[in-house]
Design a protein around this ligand. Structure first.
Ligand code: KG4
Ligand code: ZN
Length: 336
């Protein structure tokens, strides 16, 4: 049995089944099984996600243990994502983690998925110093978070309707692109003119976001253009993608800049699946340089849903003695 602090972490909140082992806070393995079954339905089907988690969870956990060089008996705690997410998907990870904690007689640690996305920035060096701001942009969430210390965070702003990833995916759908359309918009935008079309910019007070108006503005624009020319989308696809991407990126960074000015914080991070977007990454770095920020983006494996970020967060909770009772439940929505 190891004398190190080894923690096994499970992530199953949406359509990625992932397990990670961290040893004394350093990530020793991070295995992710992506569920391709949803592709043909144009979005994540909750029931299918739960079933796929059931299929993947044992092999993913064993692979994570093997890659880390640890065994189950080395584990000092088991952690899992308890919220937020698809409830059926969360229950698979929660049931598995609880059973393991019970059978190994080790503590159980619950981790909030959105806090873990923020702390993904602390997995590798260089990492931000406290306090820092993090813009978390994924298919399900868009949040600006103030992180004062690993376990002291505050949401300064978030979307009141669609998430940034949804805005990409729904816009892509309007253009006739398959799900998930975000990466396709990114690729097509590379050869397009971002100033060719101008879509609506929401006027939301404070640091909150809204993306539903952008989607409606794109919808009406395309409807009118297609009436005049049925081939409009195919003939102007690259310019449309570049213009849509530019609008979403501008909206995201405007509020982030405002948050940085209002808080006076210059340690600024990005996380979540949408941080793969090349336009967002480029503009984020450029804005950071212009504003004299220190900017951070975790490596891609830690931006999209993964258990390494759950393990990293769990390590902080382990050190703070924050364990959960076996009666703890998963929750689709959860306050911080
Ligand atoms: O964080 P993530 O992997 O899963 C969720 O927790 O939602 O984020 C997935 C989202 C999808 O909406 C996908 O279209 C978007 O991230 N995405 C992108 C890119 N890569 C992934 N959006 C724009 N450009 C990309 N390169
Ligand atoms: Zn996520």
């Amino acid at each position: 049995m190891s004398t190190n602090t080894c923690i096994l972490a499970i992530e199953s909140s949406c359509d990625e089944t992932s397990a990670s082992v961290c040893i004394n806070g350093r990530i020793a393995s991070n295995v992710i099984a992506t569920q391709d079954v949803h592709r043909r339905y144009g979005g994540v089907v909750p029931e299918l996600a739960s079933r796929a988690h059931m299929q993947h969870i044992i092999p993913v956990v064993y692979e994570a243990l093997e890659k880390s060089g640890c065994t189950l008996t080395d584990m000092k705690a088991v952690a899992f994502t308890h919220a937020p997410g698809l409830i059926g998907a969360l229950l698979v990870g929660s049931g598995f983690a609880k059973s393991l904690a019970l059978s190994l007689s080790i503590p159980l640690i619950t981790v909030h998925h959105m806090q873990a996305h923020v702390l993904a920035n602390l997995i590798d060096d260089p990492s931000p110093t406290f306090p820092f701001l993090c813009l978390t942009v994924s298919g399900g969430h868009t949040q600006i978070v103030l992180c004062r210390s690993p376990l002291d965070m505050e949401v300064l702003g978030e979307t009141i309707d669609d998430a940034a990833g949804e805005a990409f995916d729904k816009s892509a759908k309007l253009l006739g692109l398959p799900y998930p359309g975000g990466p396709l918009i990114d690729a097509l935008a590379a050869s397009g003119d971002p100033d060719r079309y101008v879509f609506a910019e929401p006027q939301i007070p404070g640091l909150d976001y809204s993306f539903s108006g952008v989607k409606t503005s794109i919808l009406y624009f395309l409807r009118d253009a297609m009436k005049k020319d049925p081939d409009f989308i195919t003939q102007h696809l690259a310019d449309l993608c570049a213009s849509i991407q530019q609008r979403i990126v501008t909206i995201l960074l405007k509020k982030l800049k405002r948050a940085a000015i209002e808080t006076g914080i210059r340690q600024i991070c990005l996380s979540g699946g949408v941080s793969a977007n090349s336009g967002l990454r480029k503009s984020f770095i450029e804005l950071g340089n212009a504003m004299h920020w220190s900017t951070y983006i975790p490596k891609m494996e830690y931006c999209t849903d993964n258990a390494a970020m759950i393990a990293r967060t769990a390590h902080y909770k382990y050190e703070a003695g924050l364990f959960s009772d076996l009666s703890v439940s998963a929750s689709a929505r959860a306050s911080w």
